[in-house]
Each structure stands twice: as structure tokens, then as C-alpha cells.
Design a protein. Sequence first.
Length: 114
Amino acid sequence: MHELYLAESILNIIQDYAKRDGFKKVNSVMLSYGRFSCMEPKALQFAFEVQAAGTAAEGAVLEFKIMPAVIHCFSCEKDLEIKTHTGICPGCGGGEVMLTAGTEELQILEMDVD
Ligand SMILES: [Zn+2]
């Protein structure tokens, strides 16, 4: 499971910060990922809760900021935000489009710690 690995990576980063900055408890973690990055937030939250037990991150709430998916159309030369990737430009109907944003990997934006 993809999310198990992601949860572990987040925890490793948090523990590095905890060592460096000396905080004792993480209240919440703000994460971001692209709309099309195949992430299941519920699965990640669950994997995180299990793995965070006994660490500074135990009980921390995960918050997610989803980055929009954007295509560039080579017909009308526009960049448009899309909800689903059909391979067709929603502006002009052209078929020569390229996904330019939306597949960003999970990353930590900020943490609220004590
Ligand atoms: Zn277009």
C-alpha cells in the first residue's frame, strides 16, 4: 500500500524536525498533493495514526491542501484547470493537451507543534 510508505516518510521527517527543534508534540500537519497524484487521504490518515503511536506525532491531525490539475492546450495556447483528465481541451475541444500541474507528490507544508 502506497499510503503506508507515505505515512512512514512523513513520520521520518517529523521526527527529524522534532530532534532538531526539540518539540514534544505535533498538533496538526498541513500536507499538499496534486489532484491527480493517486492519494487516498483517509488511507493515509489511518496509516499515519497507526505508525505515529508512541511518537511526538501521536494524535496529530492531518490536513490536506489539494493542488489543482492544469492542462496546457497547444491549439488555443491556454492553461486551464481541470477536474478530470479527458485529454480534450475544455476551452476549444482540441486534443493536443499536456498535463502541467496536478501530479505533485505529497509534501509537508507546515506543522503546528508544542
Ligand atoms: Zn484549447
